[in-house]
Design a protein around this ligand. Structure first.
Ligand code: UD1
Ligand code: CA
Length: 453
């Protein structure tokens, strides 16, 4: 017997999004809408909620199958019909919370408060409501004292009912047995010819049962995403929440208006974010690091005390006290140990660079392992691709690579080895050796005078 069951409705197409993706697969601060709702539900202690899917269910399944039990609603006949699909599960539950997959701003604390109020009051159902200045489009909550008398959908509401500012957020808490009984009695007699979940309240009230409303103080939580404009609105609200949270945790954000932080990013005290910075996905920034301006980091780790400026990086790990940029491009598989310097117009891909090495200007380093305290001169390129396969380059500790060296992989340069500027190195260089590959310089004295004769 589950004491508490959660049902998330996510079968609708979301016609107003005008998208090939099902609505709940749209992204908000780096997570899909449905993942926001799943995380909220997990935070109240429900591990595997039921998710009702229909439109685009394969896409949803690929993303969340491990976290939820999917129940298919083949035809979308309304929110009431959606919940009918989980009737067999209701027998095993005492309390059921029903949520919408398109309502990602709901806070777990609000959900906890809703459940507590519902259980303490011992009512049949409790509706999470909010007060909105512009309630257009939402179901209006008609009250009888503190209790709910009815919920009228926009399309069914009378002119007077439409003036009501308390709206149904689409999140509810039910006594499972009451919900089950009431669902058997709802109809499609309404403006949209659908089974409305909200008609359950008419049935319950007719049977003399009590329905409570819990009005959340933060009406933003009620925002349901039905259009791209609402998606952008939700993004703005969530962004402000995330920025506010990190500032309260001791992060300096010089210009919140130009700083974007995804929901799963982790920051640390005394991190500084300079203007026009985007932190994407599961990025983590350690203490005293300074990021920006104009930097975009996706799924990256930045160690303590590093600075990363005018840089684009993805799936890269940057150690402690590194200096990155300006104008560096770190691609997936980049791993930089402590005190590495990556300067301007340097691209690194799938390479491990050990402590204290410097690649200060104009280089491409791919599929490489660079040892400790190596210096790589300006314009050095690893020629890692022969048109068919990629090959590795290994550069030993303390090696010195002269400017404009082409390192033709597969290649090993030994410890303390040196390459002469402008060389194209095709053979391994032993430890401590100098490798030079270039034509001897020719000097023709008085060249200009000869030509003018
Ligand atoms: C619903 C409520 C409305 C409330 C609003 C809050 C009803 C009748 N109305 O309206 O009172 O103010 O939410 O946002 O419930 N879904 C299914 N299967 C279906 C139909 C819908 O799974 O057959 C899912 C949708 O994918 C969506 C959720 O249920 O995630 C809500 O459906 P939607 O059509 O957006 O309802 P609203 O018109 O917004
Ligand atoms: Ca909706």
């Amino acid at each position: 017997m589950h004491n508490l069951l959660a049902v998330i409705m996510a079968a609708g197409k979301g016609t107003r999004m005008k998208s090939k993706l099902p609505k709940v697969m749209h992204f908000l601060a780096g997570k899909t809408l449905i993942e926001h709702v799943l995380d909220t539900v997990n935070q109240v202690g429900i591990e595997r909620p039921l998710v009702i899917v229909g439109h685009g269910r394969e896409t949803i399944q690929n993303r969340i199958a491990e976290r939820a039990e999917l129940v298919v609603q083949t035809e979308q006949l309304g929110t009431g019909h959606a919940v009918m699909q989980v009737l067999p599960y209701l027998d095993d539950a005492q309390t059921v919370i029903v949520l919408s997959g398109d309502q990602p701003l709901l806070k777990s604390q609000t959900l906890k408060d809703l459940i507590v109020l519902h259980e303490v009051q011992g009512v049949s159902a409790t509706v999470l409501t909010a007060t909105m200045d512009q309630p257009f489009g939402y179901g209006r909550v008609i009250k009888n004292g503190e209790f709910v008398a009815k919920i009228a959908e926009e399309k069914d509401a009378t002119v007077d009912q439409r003036k009501i500012k308390e709206i149904n957020t689409g999140t509810y808490c039910f006594k499972a047995s009451a919900l089950k009984e009431a669902l058997a009695n709802i109809t499609t007699q309404n403006a949209q010819g659908e089974y409305y979940l909200t008609e359950v309240f008419d049935v319950l009230i007719k049977h003399g049962e009590k329905v409570l409303a819990y009005c959340t103080p933060d009406s933003n939580e009620a925002l349901g995403i039905n259009s791209r404009a609402q998606l952008a609105q939700a993004e703005a609200i969530l962004r402000e929440r995330i920025l506010g949270y990190w500032m309260s945790e001791g992060v300096t954000i010089v210009d919140p208006a130009s700083t974007f932080i995804d929901a799963e990013v982790v920051l640390t005290q005394d991190v500084t974010l300079l203007p026009f910075t985007r932190l994407i996905g599961k990025t983590r920034i350690e203490e005293d690091a300074v990021i920006g301006p104009q930097t975009s980091l996706e799924n990256c780790v930045v160690g303590c005390g590093s600075d990363v400026t005018y840089t684009v990086a993805k799936d890269a790990v940057i150690g402690e006290r590194c200096h990155i940029g300006p104008f560096a491009y770190l691609r997936p598989g980049t791993k930089l140990e402590a005190e590495v310097k990556i300067g301007d117009f340097v691209e690194i891909k799938n390479s491990w660079i050990e402590k204290g090495s410097k690649i200060p200007h104009l280089s491409y380093i791919g599929d490489s392992h660079v040892g400790k305290s190596v210096n790589i001169g300006a314009g050095t390129i690893t020629c890692n691709y022969d048109g068919v396969n990629k090959h590795p380059t290994k550069i030993g500790d303390y090696a010195f690579i002269g400017s404009n060296t082409n390192l033709v992989a597969p290649l090993e340069v030994g410890e303390h080895a040196v390459t002469g500027a402008g060389s194209t190195i095709t053979k391994n260089v032993p430890a401590g050796a100098l490798a030079v590959e270039r034509s001897p310089q020719v000097i023709k004295e008085h060249w200009l005078r000869e030509k003018m004769k």
